[in-house]
Design a protein around this ligand. Structure first.
Ligand SMILES: Nc1ncnc2c1ncn2[C@@H]1O[C@H](COP(=O)(O)OP(=O)(O)OP(=O)(O)O)[C@@H](O)[C@H]1O
Length: 291
C-alpha cells in the first residue's frame, strides 16, 4: 500500500468548477436507503444504506466483489434496484433521484465508471463536450460557452494538450482523465467516481484526489469507490465500508478517523492494519500485514 502525500502533487492552476449549483440550486446530499439488488437469483446488495453528506467526499470502501460498483450504478440510475430508494436532499427537501427525468438527473449527477470504454472514433474535446448535452436544447449544437467549459475541464485534469486526439488512441491513465473532464463539464451537484485513480501514476493520483477535494469545497457532493485505504484516509471526509457475507452490506460508516481503524478493517479485509499518522498532514496512513 502506498503512503500518500500531497507534497508531490504537481502544481496546476485550478479553474472554478463551472456549476456546483450553477442553476441557483443549493448543495445536495445523497442518501441511498435500503437498496437491494439481485442478479441470477443471487442477492448482491442487501438493504444498503449509504449517505454522502453535501459538499463532502465520501469514500465507498470494501474488498473486491462487495458491491461498490453495483451500488454506484444503482445510484446513478444505470441499473434499477430491486428495492429501496435514492434521495437527493437539499434545503428544499428530499427528491427521489431515480424518478427524476433523465435530462435533469444528468444535470444533477455525473458518474465516472471504472474503465469506462469509449470505442467511438471521437476526439477528446468532443467526448468532453458530451458532458454539456444535458445543459442545452436537444437540437442545438455546442455553444462557445460549452467549448470554453469543456476546455477548462480538460485543463483542470491536465489533459488539455490531448484535446485533438482520438479517445481510442489514449492510454488508460489519459482516458481516465478525459472521463473525469467529461464529468466536470457536466457540472454536477453530485459526482460518483468508481476507482478514479485507476491507471494513474502516483502524482496523477494525488492530483486527482486534490481535484476531488477542490470540487467538494466548491459544493459538489462526491461518492467515490476506492481501493487504496490510505488515499481514502488522506482525501475523504467520510467513509462507508461494505462487506459480503453472503450479500454486500454496510459494516461501518462515519468520519474516516472513526471508520479506518483496525477494528473495522481487519475482519473485513482479513489483514492486520497499523494506523500511523502522516507527519505533515496528521491524516491516518494505513499499513497492512497478512494475518
Ligand atoms: N451483471 C452481473 N451478473 C452477475 N454477477 C454480477 C453482475 N454484476 C455484478 N455481479 C457480481 O456482484 C458482485 C459485486 O460486484 P461489484 O462489481 O459491484 O463489486 P465491487 O465491490 O465493485 O468489486 P471490485 O472491488 O472488484 O471492483 C460480484 O460478485 C460480481 O461478480
Amino acid at each position: 500500500m502506498t503512503q500518500t502525500s500531497e507534497r508531490s502533487a504537481p502544481a496546476r492552476t485550478a479553474q472554478a468548477h463551472p456549476a456546483a449549483g450553477q442553476d441557483g440550486t443549493s448543495t445536495a446530499g445523497l442518501a441511498a436507503e435500503r437498496v437491494r439488488w439481485s442478479v441470477g437469483g443471487r442477492l448482491i446488495l442487501d438493504d444498503v444504506d449509504v449517505t454522502a453528506p453535501p459538499g463532502a467526499v465520501t469514500g465507498l470502501l470494501g474488498p473486491n466483489g462487495t458491491g461498490k460498483s453495483t451500488l454506484l450504478r444503482l445510484v446513478a440510475g444505470v441499473q434499477a434496484p430491486n428495492g429501496g430508494r435514492v434521495a437527493l436532499s437539499t434545503a428544499a427537501g428530499d427528491e427521489d433521484l431515480l424518478a427524476m427525468p433523465r435530462r435533469r438527473r444528468a444535470r444533477t449527477l455525473a458518474f465516472v465508471e471504472q474503465d469506462a470504454a469509449t470505442e467511438l472514433p471521437v476526439t477528446v474535446l468532443d467526448a468532453v463536450l458530451l458532458g454539456r448535452t444535458p445543459h442545452r436544447s436537444l437540437l442545438a449544437g455546442p455553444t462557445e460557452e460549452d467549448h470554453a467549459i469543456a476546455r477548462a475541464a480538460l485543463d483542470r485534469v491536465g489533459a488539455l494538450p490531448l484535446a485533438a486526439r482520438e479517445v481510442t488512441t489514449l492510454s488508460g491513465g489519459e482516458r481516465q482523465r478525459v472521463h473525469m473532464a467529461r464529468a466536470l463539464a457536466q457540472a454536477p451537484r453530485v459526482l460518483l467516481l468508481d476507482e478514479p485513480t485507476n491507471h494513474l501514476d502516483v502524482a496523477a493520483q494525488l492530483a486527482t484526489m486534490r481535484l476531488v477535494r477542490g470540487l467538494a469545497t466548491e459544493g459538489v457532493t462526491v461518492l467515490a469507490a476506492l481501493h487504496d485505504l490510505s488515499l481514502a484516509a488522506a482525501t475523504c471526509d467520510h467513509a462507508v465500508v461494505l462487506a459480503t457475507g453472503p450479500a454486500g452490506h454496510v459494516v461501518a460508516a462515519g468520519p474516516v478517523d472513526e471508520v479506518l481503524v483496525p477494528e473495522v478493517i481487519d475482519p473485513v479485509y482479513g489483514v492486520r492494519t497499523t494506523v500511523l499518522r502522516h507527519p505533515r498532514t496528521g491524516r491516518p496512513v494505513l499499513t497492512f500485514d497478512e494475518r
